[in-house]
Design a protein around this ligand. Structure first.
Ligand SMILES: [Zn+2]
Length: 346
């Protein structure tokens, strides 16, 4: 019987559970809002119920390889506990893994959500066939994941790959992590909105000022990006800052790891046209490893067009920085991939 796996993407706003076969075909997906306010036990109950539903539906045709769960936060791999998870209040220092395994009576793999997204893009997305890659997710926060030799880099206790908290401004904006000037404070959706408001407060908001007072349109990274596309200099400047911060961070990780590919996903990556030119400029200026391994290309500036998502990535030994292609499903596929990978290596 062929294998299938269940992948869970536990977000601060959405809980999504999928059944995926060993080839990466989605068999079924269940989406619910994560009712975080109803508490941890409620959310875990909802999750385990959905997992059981999918398992009983497909277990006559397939054998279950296992369950993988992507969670937003730092996971201590040794204890199966969440150490930091601002979007899941009350889940810190709670034995999440044991609790879920007890309810399901089957082994579960818990993974940081950005690591899961890295696995997903590596399996079915921009990084197909790439052995060594980094993933940066630009969402409410900035997440990161590193894959070396096809496996997620966990470090000593599962906390490696926190690329969002690399310092890009030594005396910069305070971050929730306790540091100041993390790239998350300049390249997340939250940061885009904050930087736009800062410009407005300084009287340099341009069209963004009108946008902020328009009750019909949400003042969001997306609507600010739309202004940048229309050529508003103030909005363009916000994304210049995003690109600069990302470029500084990317230069550091490229120098440190010399990976083949770096995939940038998450909602803010949709603003690629607005931040990528500055990002590439900074990376090239600041990373000797990048300068030595990446001749400037047109694709560099335009990233994964719709066409690229169907092309295999270039195979020559070049550093490639590109857009993710799986969108918000990357983490869901990646979570499902984890038990399948374990099965392959077992
Ligand atoms: Zn931080």
């Amino acid at each position: 019987m062929s294998l299938f796996a269940i992948g869970v993407d536990l977000g601060g706003t959405n809980l999504r559970i999928s059944a995926v076969d060993s080839e990466g075909t989605l068999l079924e997906k269940i989406t619910t809002g994560t009712q975080v306010s109803k508490g941890r036990d409620f959310v875990i109950g909802e999750m385990t119920d959905a997992i059981k539903t999918l398992n009983s539906k497909f277990s006559s045709q397939y054998e279950l390889a296992g369950v993988g769960i992507g969670v937003p936060g730092i996971i201590d791999k040794r204890t199966g506990m969440l150490r930091e998870s601002p979007n899941l209040p009350g889940w810190d220092n709670y034995p999440v893994l044991d609790e879920i395994e007890d309810r399901l009576h089957s082994p579960v793999i818990l993974e940081n959500d950005a690591n899961a997204a890295a696995v997903g893009e590596n399996w079915l997305g921009a990084g197909r066939g790439i052995q060594d890659m980094g993933m940066i997710t630009l969402g409410t926060g900035v997440g990161g994941g590193l894959i070396l030799d096809g496996s997620v880099v966990h470090g000593m206790s599962g906390m490696a790959g926190e690329l969002g908290h690399i310092t890009v401004e030594p005396e910069g904006h305070p971050c929730n992590c306790g540091n100041v000037g993390c790239v998350e404070q300049y390249a997340s959706a939250t940061a885009v909105v904050r930087m736009a408001k800062e410009a407005i407060d300084l009287g340099a908001g341009g069209e963004m000022e009108r946008l902020a007072h328009n009750r019909d349109v949400e003042f969001s990274a997306k609507s600010i990006f739309n202004l940048a596309l229309q050529g508003d200099p103030a909005a363009k400047l916000v994304f210049e800052k995003v690109g600069r911060a990302l470029g500084i961070m990317m230069a550091d990780i490229i120098n440190a790891f010399n990976l083949h590919m770096y995939v940038i996903g998450g909602g803010v990556s949709n603003a690629w046209e607005a931040f990528a030119p500055r990002m590439f400029h900074e990376v090239r200026r600041r990373s000797m490893v990048y300068a030595a391994t990446a001749p400037p290309t047109d694709r560099e500036l335009h990233g994964a067009s719709a066409k690229l998502s169907h092309d295999p990535p270039p195979r020559m030994l070049q550093t490639i920085i590109t857009r993710a292609v799986l969108g918000s499903d990357a983490g869901l596929y990646g979570a499902a991939r984890l038990p399948l990978m374990r099965n392959e290596t077992a």
